[in-house]
Design a protein. Structure first.
Length: 204
């Protein structure tokens, strides 16, 4: 019998929502596209990985200290403001982060669920486990480190603050690695899908 007995919702759930099932915004993508160098206003779109067609879009306003989002969920307009934080890089320059609107922790990616953009922890999302590749190895390492910390990566009783900071830094490194790998995989998949669609059109 699973842990927790027969009671409904008892014990650890057998299924958790995955990050790839939700739309997201990535501060590194905004930075690479030059949206953070000066105030910018426009539309940000998500595209279908198979066809490349636009599936959803939001209005975006950026400044050096915050990002404003305007979108609709279930017919209701939403106006959200997300603050930004900058940290120094080892070899000079700075790195930009979102501050999660719910827990205020630094993060590179926010996910849209229940009409709100929040971090993976606040939405209780997991990465897709792929045990035979780099993503899977990162997932295993991530879960081991997170198990040592309390919810929202808070310091458990008896742990030194320096230990908690070291663990959080490692978590952020793993998350950024996983997000980069996922971005590359999605871009490769979209390029392959476009090439296949072009061949079908040409041959037709």
């Amino acid at each position: 019998m699973p842990k927790g007995g027969w009671r409904a919702a008892a014990g650890r759930p057998t299924h958790r929502l995955k990050t790839q099932d939700f739309r997201s915004i990535d501060i590194r993508r905004f930075s690479r596209d030059g949206l953070l160098t000066s105030p910018w206003q426009g539309v940000w779109s998500w595209r279908d990985a198979q066809t490349g067609s636009v599936t959803a879009a939001i209005s975006l306003r950026t400044s050096s200290k915050s990002i404003g989002l305007q979108y609709a969920c279930d017919g209701r307009p939403v106006d959200a403001q997300i603050t930004l934080e900058r940290t120094a890089c080892t070899y000079g320059g700075t790195r930009v982060w979102f501050n999660c609107p719910a827990c205020t922790r630094r993060c590179a990616v926010l996910y849209l669920r229940m009409s709100r953009f929040q971090c993976r922890l606040c939405h209780d999302l997991r990465y897709q486990s792929q045990s035979e590749d780099a993503l899977g190895r990162g997932q295993i390492a991530l879960e081991k480190i997170e198990a040592k910390l309390d919810r929202y990566w808070k310091k458990p009783k008896g742990m030194h603050l320096s230990t908690r900071e070291r663990l959080v830094s490692r978590i952020i490194e793993i998350e950024m690695m996983r997000d980069d790998l996922m971005s590359v995989a999605i871009e490769q998949h979209m390029s392959s899908a476009k090439a296949s669609q072009k061949n079908v059109t040409t041959n037709g």
